[in-house]
Design a protein around this ligand. Structure first.
Ligand code: 5GP
Ligand code: MG
Length: 170
């Protein structure tokens, strides 16, 4: 059983708001969005089609295996798919900011590629979980410290297709 935490309607409304903010901030400048696979897929797809900006999309894969456990596992990042980002305005999109390990790591790696600017957007931020300081530029929703699924987020690779964010009930 899944308890709905954030409905599909709430997500779509918030993605609209974020898109408007991003367009205003970048003001017609070309942007490269770097989506962090696999969790950001739905967020990326919904957000990018609302952005009236000269846009490129790049993807990287980051995974830290942990099931529903809240302790982060070892982080694996696959950046082979990335194009040259030097001189580009880069906006990294991820599904959720938890400990901050993933985005802090990506920040170091991507800054080394000398982008013109580097920003971070997350659909969700878990309250009280950050161990590494990284303040995202765009945040969809702040959520309590619960394991969530849906809208790209998985439990053992399932549930990513749910159009809402939910909490799995035992
Ligand atoms: P961090 O590196 O910030 O600790 O964790 C970020 C990654 O952990 C996210 O991109 C996501 O893949 C995974 N993660 C963290 N919390 C949750 C959660 O509640 N549900 C799911 N499905 N994944 C999570
Ligand atoms: Mg992830």
């Amino acid at each position: 059983m899944v308890e709905v935490l954030i409905s599909a309607e709430q997500i779509q409304k918030r993605v609209d708001e974020l898109a408007r903010k991003i367009m205003a901030d970048y003001d017609h400048q070309p942007v490269t969005i770097v989506g962090v696979l696999t969790g950001s897929l739905l967020f990326l797809a919904d957000l990018m089609r609302r952005l009236e900006l000269p846009l490129r999309i790049a993807l990287i894969q980051a995974s830290s295996y942990r099931g529903t456990s809240t302790t982060a596992g070892e982080l694996h990042v696959q950046m082979d798919l990335l194009p040259d980002l030097s001189g580009r305005h880069v906006l990294v999109l991820d599904d959720i900011l938890d400990t901050g390990q993933t985005l802090a790591h990506l920040k170091v790696e991507l800054e080394a590629m000398k982008p013109a600017s580097l920003k971070f957007g997350v659909l969700l931020r878990k309250i009280g979980r950050q161990e590494l300081h990284l303040e995202p530029d765009y945040i969809g929703f702040e959520i309590p410290d619960k394991f969530v699924i849906g809208y790209g987020l998985d439990y053992n690779d399932e549930y990513r297709n749910l159009p809402y964010i939910g909490v799995l009930q035992p």
